[in-house]
Write a protein that binds this ligand. Structure first.
Ligand code: PEP
Ligand code: MN
Length: 275
């Protein structure tokens, strides 16, 4: 096989992100806004996510938007803006005791981002960018690797090997929904492939988490899909959270309140004990 077995590991690898261990018995919760928008929103949301039980803080600085005319993330405005946003993210994480993760949209961003984060995120749209994968892998930070919405499980695992083959096996795989079928309305943004979770656990040593936020695009589905993911064996969840979603510049419809995050985390931890 072209993945995992070549590296001689069995069972699930436990990946350390800062001082958080992902891949062990306890599910890990990554939460935060879609994008880093300003200092005050980020710090307020981060504090509430931490209080809700989240262990890792997320926030996009370089956003992979479909339209070039949409908000691209503060980092896309220039290096100074990127440094400012990355500093907020790092400092919010430090202040509330959470390692941080953000996405790199291109190779040119990897070096800068690596100085501020505890984990590098490769977004769904870049799953096939081998050069980006290799450049990110060489930073010796854990890499969160998201499945492309058109990729088979085999392709997803094959491409994760571009990271592992650089000598960096600290990879977190992330299922975030695939393209829906047919011509009619599907009612969700993507189609969450829950069976990918146990399949990937059997096929590879890498921990797999689920992002129900981008998979559904709907806040009313986050709880059910989160718990279904935990029941399926997910090593963790990444959930978008905002306490004033109506003010958010992207993905407002899918971000849940911190109070709902707490409910989900509490229920998920209970469920893990019996699932
Ligand atoms: C994200 O997690 O911020 C994101 C843009 O997700 P995806 O790459 O899965 O669309
Ligand atoms: Mn988002």
């Amino acid at each position: 096989r072209e993945y995992s077995s070549a590296y001689g590991e069995t069972g699930t690898r436990v990946v350390k992100i800062g001082d958080v261990e992902l891949g062990g018995d306890e599910p890990v919760f990554i939460a935060g806004p879609c994008a880093v928008e300003n200092h005050d929103d980020l710090f307020r949301i981060a504090e509430k996510c931490r209080a809700a039980g989240a262990q890792i803080l997320r926030g996009g600085v370089f956003k992979p938007r479909s339209s070039v005319h949409s908000f691209q993330g503060l980092g896309s405005a220039g290096t100074e803006e990127a440094i400012e946003a990355l500093t907020w993210l790092r400092d919010a994480g430090r202040e509330f005791g959470m390692p941080v993760v953000t996405e790199v949209r291109g190779e040119a961003q990897v070096d800068l981002v690596s100085h501020y984060v505890d984990m590098i995120q490769i977004g769904a749209r870049n799953m096939y960018d081998q050069d980006l994968l290799q450049t990110a892998a060489r930073k010796k930070l854990p890499v969160m690797f998201k499945r492309h919405f058109g990729a088979s499980i085999e392709e997803f695992l094959c491409f994760s090997e571009y990271i592992a083959a650089e000598g960096n096996k600290d990879i977190i795989l992330c299922e975030r929904g695939i393209v829906p079928l047919g011509k009619g309305k599907n009612f969700t943004r993507y189609m969450l492939d829950l069976a990918a979770v146990p399949v990937i656990q059997k096929e590879t040593y890498l921990p797999i988490i689920v992002d129900p936020s981008h998979a559904t695009g709907r806040r009313d589905l986050i709880r059910s899909m989160s718990l279904a993911s935990i029941a399926a064996g997910a090593a963790g969840l990444m959930i978008e959270v905002h306490d004033r979603p109506e003010e958010a510049r992207c993905d407002a419809a899918q971000m849940i309140q911190p109070s709902e995050l707490k409910d989900i985390i509490d229920s998920a931890r209970q469920l893990r004990k019996i699932a």
